[in-house]
Design a protein around this ligand. Sequence first.
Ligand code: ATP
Ligand code: MG
Length: 458
Amino acid sequence: MIKKLIRKILGVRSAEHTPREPVILKAKEHGIDRSLVSPNAIRVTQTLQEAGFKAFIVGGAVRDLLTGVKPKDFDIATNATPEQVKRLFRRAFIIGRRFQIVHVMFGQELLEVTTFRGASDGQVQKDAHGRVLSDNHFGEQHEDAARRDFTVNAMYYDPASETVLDYHNGISDIRRKTLRIIGVPEARYREDPVRMLRVVRFAAKLQFSIDQSTRAPIAVMAPLINNVPAARLFDEMLKLLTSGHAMACLQQLRSAGLHHGILPLLDVVMEQPMGEKFVNLALSNTDDRVRQGKTVSPSFLFAALLWHQVLEKWEAYKAAGEFPIPALHQAADDVLMAQTDALAIQRRIASDMRDIWALQPRFEKRAGKAPYKLLEHQRLRAGYDFLLLRCESGELDPALGAWWTDFMHGDNAEREHLIQQKQRLPSHATGTAEGKNGPARKRKPRKRGPRRSGTEAS
Ligand code: ATP
Ligand code: MG
């Protein structure tokens, strides 16, 4: 009784407190709309159940269903082993070495089927900071529930009986719009610091608040992010930036001090008015696209986040006497190198980012054959969208973006006219450092603005 009271006062649930029996909610209590459930997810649970196994939809899909949102993908949890799962489906593949899961494919839809994970038994391998390195054995459903991150992510939905199994009071947190970590927050963040990024992402995406005892340790524990493998951080950052709430996520990351180990120089960029405007524009355009169901390009996003660092170094190399083009390449190298330690950007993405940056001075050459050559460039669309973003943020004269909009959409005669018109005008009329490959600094805004705005990264 006293223990219970202390726990209540501290607002902390003991790690050992892992309820064995769930609260079971019937259809009219949870109100899940079955039409939002993937028919294939229902097929998978049904097939497993008919073979004598337990099977549920779990995690984010249940959370989304309970908030009336159509889940983007469905995860299934079962007591069948990966081998047993594989045997039941025609297109099923066992993935992973340490902890195997099964990918079941139906046409384009991929369902992830995971065997219930067991509780940690003290034998787990950890790094010097307490991060769990491998802890992968099968277990009971209640143990599986206790290993999940947040109460709202630890519910199981059985489509057959239309019941929700709730071990950690997730349903009341859904109703209160609260994110609460399961177990002792400090311990759970230590085991896996990525949970700090996840809570920020979910808070922004679901517009939930973070429970006080779940939030409090983050400020102190944020540096643990530095021990997470860079590739995992990259995946997590990408999820965050393409969540449709990138702006809100980044604001939360900054206010929690979590960005230091991920985008170390973000503060520097955001402190300059133009840098801040540029990043905000890029992110809000990305959010619009995601919400409209359009694709977004990770390379475009990261190119935007790091651009003002590149600009600064570019200027410095030029001031030191380097020619503009090599100076830009050196600046790009420096920024990508510095970034790799914190957050390894995949090589393919880094190469696309370089292309987007390297295209920028080429947009400033509007004489002769140069603009026609640029039209054939594979990354033209992304480069052009990036150019518009620079114009919109006040870094370049909007007339340059408008000229390219006309040129790209014009027929041959119109294009020729644009080039000649350009040749007749003195170069300063456009406000750009024409032909010099240098970025134009901010000039007085001209009357004519770009015809379209938005970053449609191809
Ligand atoms: P999203 O909508 O972004 O996919 P999600 O909750 O489904 O959100 P996933 O990364 O797909 O997130 O993970 C599926 C489930 O696995 C989670 O809901 C949670 O129960 C569990 N999970 C994922 N990552 C962790 C983690 N780092 N620690 C504990 N449990 C986790
Ligand atoms: Mg998911």
